[in-house]
Design a protein around this ligand. Sequence first.
Ligand SMILES: O=C(O)CCC(=O)C(=O)O
Ligand SMILES: [Fe+2]
Length: 503
Amino acid sequence: MTVHHSSHHDGLNRVTAHEVLNHSAETKLPERTAVSASTTHPLGVLPLGNKFFFHGPEARSFCGTFQRFPEEMLSLFLEYLDLKSLPMLGYTCRYLYAFAYDDALWKSLFLEANTGRFEGKWLGSWRSTVLELPAGQRPNIDCSNVFSDVLHRPFVCRYVDLEQFASNIPKRSQIRKFKNLSYEEFAENWTEQPFVLTECIQEWPAYVSWSMEEILRRYGDVDFRAEAVDWPFSTYYEYMKNTNDESPLYLFDKKFAEKMGITVGHEKGAAYWTPDCFGPDLFDVLGGDRPARRWLIIGPEGSGSTFHKDPNATSAWNAVLSGRKYWIMFPPSVSVPGVFVSRDGGEVTSPLSIAEWLLQFHEEARQLPECVEGICEAGEILHVPSGWWHLVVNLESGIALTQNFVPKSPSCRHLSDVLSFLKDKPDQVTGFKSDVEDPYGRFVDRLRETHPEVLGKALEILEKRSAPKKRTWSEAVGGNKDEPSGGGFSFGFGSDVDDEEIP
Ligand SMILES: O=C(O)CCC(=O)C(=O)O
Ligand SMILES: [Fe+2]
């Protein structure tokens, strides 16, 4: 951008009408490079620490009473302003201009204003899109005497080099890769471990022929769900090519098959099918009452999923059709650094964006012996065991398909986990149609008809797990680290079952 070197040293430091009106052609922001304090904010805002090297007047000293606000509070206050007041306040001085320019505020304003189908054009930022500013232009206002971490941090995160986190993976935590697996091998040994299959989806028509351009050509007018918005793919495509969002909108659509008019499964002409190794999906017994299971996932570099466990204690596979994904995963009972879970496991608070988590916690997380990491390349498919924590980031823009399922394994552990989830955490159950009032009851009924033995075994596990274990007094008080007292700690059923109680 053009920098007006003189402007912020004069008098009141107001934004001049000349600056507001004189739009300059938008310069392309830098490609992702190593984190550096010089990562360019579009208005030239610098990290807070830089003010100690600055000798001119700071913009902040011209914003009147607002100087009393810590910058976090100012930013919070601005969230309450509407589409008219926000820019008006921004025009009062350079400091407030920089804050009112924050695109996260404009994203909220966009979402408030566009609840229906969005017919407009993506213009490179939420602000430009809301204000319908001519494409590729933005006000030419120099804010290089604005020092703010709140405003600068998202740009550091946006341009952080993601490869640094995906490289030098310690050998012990490398995710296992196989060409393929048989169902027997999977069911016996691998239902509780993450792994990647490298030669499994090469024959999928979806792998052979779907590219961004092909989807654009064939489905450009079709609306897909991307977090809070439904956009025609052509709009999302423009967004992906041209966004500075720290956490880019992620296309995550469960109705894609219907929308694209494709079939899935082993019938002729299907676009893809579940690899044989994952075997049957026990939720199939629910027929049309089964919860949502498949998603098309599309996103730009840097998009992805923050730490979570998959819904309803299901397992999943995730196939990369194009692009590359970095995965970092932990077994169910591990507490992941930087991730806070409510007591019942229902609420995961990962207030951090993916890049923030990587910058702050990746190193610490990698030290944990349970850490599993790896890159899933295009043409590969990854297994997410039920209950495992995972964070995923796209190292390149790409297309993926994912499907959740309840594997059938000799131990029946997965089924019992799902049953216990449906039974004990009804408020956390997701993905069922609203007319399925009692997912647990319905599932048990169908299993009784179709898989009585499997159901029996799973219920037995459940019973054992919930029956309070009787312990003798000496067992209860006598345990120590090397010689645990009866039953104390176990990696057992993985999930969020509290330690057994002493009656
Ligand atoms: O971003 C991704 O591809 C991972 C998606 C995921 O974890 C999920 O669908 O549960
Ligand atoms: Fe997931």
